[in-house]
Write a protein that binds this ligand. Structure first.
Ligand SMILES: *Cc1c(COP(=O)(O)O)cnc(C)c1O
Length: 384
């Protein structure tokens, strides 16, 4: 037997009760039964996003919501600012270039976070900027960006909106769309929301909805006004992902029962335990400014074959981590703390990592990382 442990930052593990919910027979989507579920889900999504706005559900992976954010609010030849600090930051640029949108980017070293002041400087020098596109958590580098501060800043620019890819920050760290002044917030189903891939979520502020009236980029399936018209009436423009939405209803019940504060705390404890373990083992972390609570990126030593390690751990040991992307391929390892993941998943992640290193000939002390992680976790266990 080779038991599989999925410890990568998406797709994440799906809880058993959610799997069972999704195993129920198919129902038709133009029914009061489905609309009733849909209504419950949208109500709970508003709490998750911290917004009074409708949170639209789209069938597609997270990137569908990223694309929808841009094509519904920006026009061809307009200029946007992208915080480009990793694979997903550069995806904003790729989308913009596909639609003829002009891009100014703040290009940062992978692992670093943008400073609010640097964004302010660029905005003040380029008053034509219509929107700032950023990640809440740049999953490819395991670094976060200061979203609350950016929201505060961009509230002061009447003609600029703040668009946040919250795919590994919504449901991981506190993200208050309305209060912080986030104009567009997107996420996806297969990360913190512990569902299979296939659903994307997007909410727009009044300021962002206003842009949709003038933006002229081509759109059909991802036309958010059309979706909004249907979704405020608890139905969708096209056939929704019925099964995933049923599963989501269960996930959101579980999330609200655990409590958002407790969920943020759980992710943070797993991050702190992983960090302590890696430090005890002598590793350097990739995220230097604001580490993300979604995953921890570890810099592998020169000459270490990270690609071979990830493959060996997954295929022979049964533990799935994520490696690095683009120029960090083979050079880093990313250990997730995301979604249906608790402190003992972190212990497995650290323990298997140590054993894998030993197999790969590294001179480390078995148990040193586990012990450091346990010391953090034991503080977090409940009272007797
Ligand atoms: C996973 C991820 C995406 C891409 O989402 P897909 O579901 O693969 O389209 C975008 N941004 C971030 C921050 C992510 O973690």
């Amino acid at each position: 037997m080779l038991k599989q442990y999925l410890l990568a930052p998406g797709p994440t593990q799906v809880p058993e009760d959610v799997l069972l919910e999704m195993a129920k027979p198919m129902i038709h989507h133009r029914t009061s039964e489905f609309s009733s579920t849909f209504k419950q889900v949208t109500g709970k999504l508003k709490l998750l996003f911290g917004t009074e706005q409708q949170v639209l559900m789209l069938s597609g992976s997270g990137t569908a919501a990223m694309e929808a954010a841009m094509i519904n609010t920006i026009s061809a030849e307009e200029t946007i600012l992208v915080v480009n600090a990793g694979k997903f930051g550069s995806r904003w640029i790729d989308i913009a270039e596909s639609f003829g949108v002009r891009v100014i980017s703040i290009d940062l070293d992978w692992g670093t976070s943008v400073s609010v002041n640097d964004v302010k400087k660029v905005l003040d020098e380029n008053t034509e900027i219509k929107a700032v596109f950023v990640q809440g958590s740049e999953t490819s580098t395991t670094a976060s960006h200061p979203i609350e501060g950016l929201g505060e800043l961009i509230k002061g620019y009447d003609n600029t909106i703040l668009v946040v890819d919250g795919i590994t920050s919504v449901g991981v760290v506190d993200t208050q769309m309305d209060k912080w002044g986030i104009d567009i917030l997107v996420t996806g189903s297969q990360k913190a929301l512990m569902l299979p891939p296939g659903l994307a979520f997007i909410a727009l502020s009044e300021k962002a909805w206003k842009n949709t009236e003038t933006s002229d980029l081509p759109r059909y399936y991802l036309d958010l006004n059309k979706e909004k018209k249907s979704q405020i009436k608890d139905t969708t423009a096209y056939t929704p992902a019925v099964t995933l939405i049923n599963g989501l209803n269960k996930v959101l019940d579980n999330i609200l029962e655990e409590g958002l504060e407790n969920i943020f705390k759980r992710h943070e404890i797993c991050r702190l335990a992983t960090t302590a373990a890696m430090k005890a083992l002598g590793f350097e972390l990739l995220a230097s400014d604001i580490p993300s609570s979604a995953a921890t990126g570890i810099v592998l030593p020169d000459g270490f074959d990270g690609v071979k390690f990830v493959k060996y751990m997954r295929e022979t040991v049964g533990v799935t981590y994520a490696g690095g992307q683009d120029h960090l391929k083979g050079k880093i390892l990313r250990i997730s703390h995301l979604g249906y993941h608790d402190v003992f998943d972190t212990i497995i992640a650290v323990s298997a990592f140590e054993m894998g290193l030993k197999k790969f000939g590294m001179d480390i002390e078995l148990g040193a990382g586990v012990k450091a992680a346990q010391e953090i976790i034991v503080e977090y266990l409940g009272e007797i």
